[in-house]
Design a protein around this ligand. Structure first.
Ligand code: PLP
Length: 358
């Protein structure tokens, strides 16, 4: 299938085949990695190697910790304000659409929320201009959503926040391009787009921010619990972490993040070019300067035509081109694992569809 699902999303075929080979017998130990103790040498090796691979690919500095948590990126919406907003502080957010909104909603339960900028008036079709950003003195952090999966907008550069730690939800674009981790206080991502299957959430945090959580928090919701125990306080999602390990090796084999970015640019250009040259038959949703290289959103003249597009695309072997139920329209998600050939096929399908119905 040409899989353009938004999430859970396509995984590299090579990774799936490798996992299949090792499914019943992991490296000759006579059982699956799912069956070994999470305290065993075999699992420990996978766990630590996965951290090391992330560190290598993202050039994560030594004063950062990597956690493997559960509960999805959605739990981070809650854990972040719970752990990081101290007495007398506020949390600061940039509102860019559906996912930022969910993060804000949760933060309101635990803190006074300051909206530093919003593109609501632009219908979330762009990233707000953050060049003259002013943050309250008592801001504990500034939270951004680096890629809005539903709206299809993505930061091209990150705001300067001075002493205020920058926190980013990178669920839908981590590993799609090189990143200067040292600019961030904390980065988090659910795995199920560019990292692996759902079940594990990666949190990369500057050590000084997370080494001591407020005393009244339950153990599982404290960053310090997970850091003190190398994410082995309770049973980790062993199989998901193992799959992330394979995906990271695949990214490394492909040449790393600069190569991933180039690959993603080439793939998405195929589709954005069709949109731009269609004379209004296809209409890009995002402002061109803020277009995502992960989620490409577009609409057509009317819903009937969009329905027709979805139906014919399904018949032609394309999966997941329907826009999110909250906004409608169409969306092609072109995560790292989506092959160039799939985008080429979609390009041709879109051209043919326009010829037939335009
Ligand atoms: N943040 C973004 C940007 C997302 O795209 C998603 C899921 O699609 C989430 C958060 C929620 O992630 P999870 O389902 O892991 O809670």
């Amino acid at each position: 299938a040409y899989n353009f699902n938004a999430g859970p999303a396509a995984l590299p075929l090579e990774v799936l085949q490798q996992a299949q080979e090792q499914f019943v017998d992991f490296q000759g130990i006579g059982m699956s990695i799912m069956e070994v103790s999470h305290r065993s040498k075999q699992y420990e090796q996978v766990h630590n190697e996965t951290q090391a691979l992330l560190k290598e690919l993202l050039h994560i500095p030594d004063n950062y910790k990597i956690m493997f948590l559960q509960g999805g990126a959605s739990s981070q919406f809650t854990m972040i304000p719970m752990n990081l907003v101290g007495e007398g502080q506020v949390s600061s957010y940039v509102h860019t659409g559906s996912w930022a909104n969910k993060a804000i909603k949760e933060a309101k339960l635990f803190s006074d929320v300051h909206i530093a900028a919003s593109s609501k008036e632009q219908d979330f079709k762009e990233i707000p201009d953050l060049s003259a950003l002013e943050l309250p003195e008592q801001a504990a952090y500034l939270h951004i959503t680096s890629n809005e999966t539903i709206g299809g907008i993505q930061y091209q550069q990150f705001p300067q926040t001075g002493k205020v730690p920058l926190i980013a939800d990178m669920s839908s674009d981590i590993l799609c391009r090189p990143l200067d981790v040292s600019k961030f206080g904390l980065i988090y991502a659910g795995a199920q787009k560019n990292l692996g299957p759902s079940g594990v959430t990666i949190v990369i945090a500057r050590e000084d921010l997370v080494q001591e959580s407020p005393a009244n928090l339950p153990s599982m919701f404290r960053y310090d619990t997970h850091i003190d125990n190398n994410s082995l306080y309770n049973t980790p999602p062993v199989y998901s972490i193992y799959m992330v390990n394979l995906v990271l090796k695949w990214v490394k084999e492909k040449g790393g993040l600069a190569e991933m970015e180039q690959f993603n640019q080439e793939k998405t250009k195929l589709i954005y070019d069709v949109i731009d040259q269609s004379q209004g038959f296809y209409r890009g949703v995002a402002a061109p300067a803020d277009r995502s290289i992960m989620n490409l959103t577009f609409t057509m003249e009317n819903e009937a035509l969009e329905k027709q597009f979805i139906q014919e695309s399904q018949e032609a072997g394309f999966v997941g081109l329907k826009g999110h139920r909250s906004v409608g329209g169409l969306r092609a998600s072109t995560y790292n694992a989506v092959p160039y050939e799939s985008c080429k096929a979609l390009q041709q399908f879109m051209l043919d569809f326009q010829k037939k119905h335009g």
